[in-house]
Design a protein around this ligand. Structure first.
Ligand SMILES: Cc1ncc(COP(=O)(O)OP(=O)(O)O)c(N)n1
Ligand SMILES: Cc1nc(C(=O)O)sc1CCOP(=O)(O)O
Ligand SMILES: [Mg+2]
Length: 207
């Protein structure tokens, strides 16, 4: 079977809600843990891998590529700063796929030269999650990026809400990636289920 990515991609900062989200159908999730002891991060990665394997979901590890390789995870997500230190040859030798962040043309050129498995463009809209050094990209940039990277999957990230999903997908994104809208919801699992319903009409993108 051709490997593919589902259209909804959730970023979580730990495993608290992971199993419940998998239970309602989440199949693409990134573990993005900041400022925790390495021992905790290792435990969380191992737990997330165990759960994602059980549900047949794709797990992407942000930043901690060495642990991802050691624990046998299938994917890592790396930002431009991570790229200054990460050993992509070692990551690939471990059979781990690579997603890369981009925010401008120079980063896109650098990313494409590294032949990643997906490229993320952000922030599409203003994000409250972290301080960005660039202005929101807007929907038009999605089409420009998709034309540049096709057939690689394009992930749209930053300030996304269910209401913004059709615009992002119609503009050419293959996958919508979300943090704040879900994790700050009164019921994050119900919000995840809503996203899955809204994205259910969209195509899965081949890898
Ligand atoms: C899908 C996706 N896109 C972009 C990012 C941002 O990654 P990065 O630039 O490494 O920044 P941090 O997430 O580490 O703050 C992402 N994590 N996922
Ligand atoms: C972690 C992250 N990286 C971005 C980038 O543009 O590289 S935007 C972003 C935050 C996205 O989260 P939210 O859905 O909360 O806006
Ligand atoms: Mg990072």
């Amino acid at each position: 079977m051709t490997p593919e990515l589902p259209p909804f991609y959730l970023i979580l900062d730990g495993t608290t809600h992971l199993e419940a989200c998998l239970e309602v159908g989440l199949r693409l999730v990134q573990l993005r843990i900041k400022d925790r002891p390495l021992s905790v991060i290792r435990e969380e990665i191992a737990r997330a891998k165990h759960l994602c394997d059980a549900y047949g979901a794709i797990l992407v590890i942000n930043d901690y590529w060495q642990m991802a390789c050691e624990i046998g995870c299938g994917w890592v997500h790396l930002g431009q700063e991570d790229l200054d230190h990460a050993d992509l040859t070692q990551i690939r030798r471990a059979g781990v796929r690579i997603g890369l962040s981009t925010h401008n043309e120079a980063e896109l050129t650098r990313a494409l030269a590294l032949t990643p498995d997906y490229i993320a463009l952000g922030p599409i809209y203003e994000t409250k999650l972290k301080k960005m050094t660039c202005a929101p990209q807007g929907l038009d940039k999605i089409r420009v990026w998709k034309d540049r990277i096709s057939p690689l999957p394009l992930i749209a990230i930053g300030g996304l809400t269910p209401a913004r999903l059709p615009g992002v997908l119609n503009a050419g994104a293959d996958v919508a990636c979300v943090v704040t809208d879900v994790i700050t919801a009164p019921d994050p699992v119900a919000r995840c289920r809503l996203w899955l319903e809204r994205a259910s009409e969209a195509q899965y993108v081949a890898l």
